[in-house]
Design a protein around this ligand. Structure first.
Ligand SMILES: C[S@@+](CC[C@H](N)C(=O)[O-])C[C@H]1O[C@@H](n2cnc3c(N)ncnc32)[C@H](O)[C@@H]1O
Length: 272
């Protein structure tokens, strides 16, 4: 099992992810990505690697009664939570690997993917699969975390977890920024045959009122949350102390966090 495979309590992890991580670290990016994606009112849209359904909720919140969003994720617990939370018959949920999207060829107007591409073992194959399901002229809009040096959160996490748990945990945390170079993302998308490719690194500020609570939520939302719990409270607290230390520069006296957060945002058009 790798560090980024859910080890136990997958449903608890989905809840922690959605309630303790999404609101302060992911929502600002979902809003930005949907704005960049510009879905038309009647567009057939897919959210690939939908997780707990954040983008589905943002997309449906901005569109009318006749809108529909398809959502795909490999993790049944994430999907079950997402469907329950959205509770919206304008969404349909599909458990599938991103390399085999369960849609007919050339049927979608837009595919969005927020923080998914860097986790796929073979992102190039997934991009070709996305191009299969898009109609000619359909659009892709995706976001992946930017360079590790521009993202203090995963950087502090990789140091804290690596020091306590070893190199697998260190590299697992670093890998969330594994596609953080806009030129690399541009090349990947272009190689899959897309036109009008744009990939830029954008920086926003993520805020949380309490750095230790934010870190505690992150540990509860990690796929290896169960393994971290099993370390026992003293070692878990040591990880929180170390990560708090790594985030000192962005933490106010009252513990509030104002953190640079960087993403590569990319858009492209399926060839006509
Ligand atoms: C960091 S979460 C992002 C979730 C969501 N897009 C969001 O913005 O909150 C990454 C998601 O990718 C999914 N995922 C990872 N590998 C996948 C694959 N090969 N096929 C489909 N989904 C995958 C995971 O199950 C997880 O829900």
């Amino acid at each position: 099992m790798t560090f980024y495979e859910a080890d136990a309590g997958a449903e608890r992890i989905a809840v922690a992810y959605d309630l303790r991580l999404v609101p302060w670290l992911f929502e600002l990016w979902a809003d930005r990505l949907v704005t960049v994606a510009e879905p038309g009112p009647a567009a057939q849209v897919l959210d690939l690697a939908c997780g707990t359904g954040l983008l589905v909720r943002v997309l449906l919140g901005r569109r009318g009664d006749d809108a529909h969003v398809h959502a795909v994720d490999a993790d049944p617990s994430m999907l079950a939570y997402a469907a329950r939370r959205a509770s919206d018959n304008r969404a349909s949920w599909h458990q599938a690997d991103a390399t085999h999207i369960p849609m007919e060829a050339s049927t979608l107007d837009l595919v969005v993917c927020n923080q998914g591409l860097q986790f796929f073992p073979d992102p190039a194959t997934v991009l070709v699969e996305i191009s299969r399901v898009l109609r000619p002229g359909g659009r892709l809009a995706l976001a992946v975390w930017g360079h590790l040096d521009h993202n203090p959160w995963p950087k502090a996490m990789s140091v804290a977890l690596g020091d306590e748990l070893g190199d697998d945990a260190r590299h697992g945390s670093e890998s969330v920024c594994g596609l953080g170079n806009p030129e690399q993302v541009h090349r990947l998308i272009t190689s899959a045959g897309f036109d009008d490719v744009e990939a830029v690194e954008v920086q926003l500020t993520a805020t949380h009122p309490d750095v230790r609570d934010a870190i505690d939520g992150q540990l509860a939302a990690l796929p290896s949350a169960g393994a971290i719990d099993a370390l026992g409270q003293p070692r878990r607290s040591r990880i929180i102390d170390a990560m708090t230390h790594g985030l000192h520069e962005w933490t106010a006296h009252d513990g509030a966090l104002a953190l640079p957060s960087s993403c590569v945002l990319a858009t492209a058009t399926s060839p006509t």
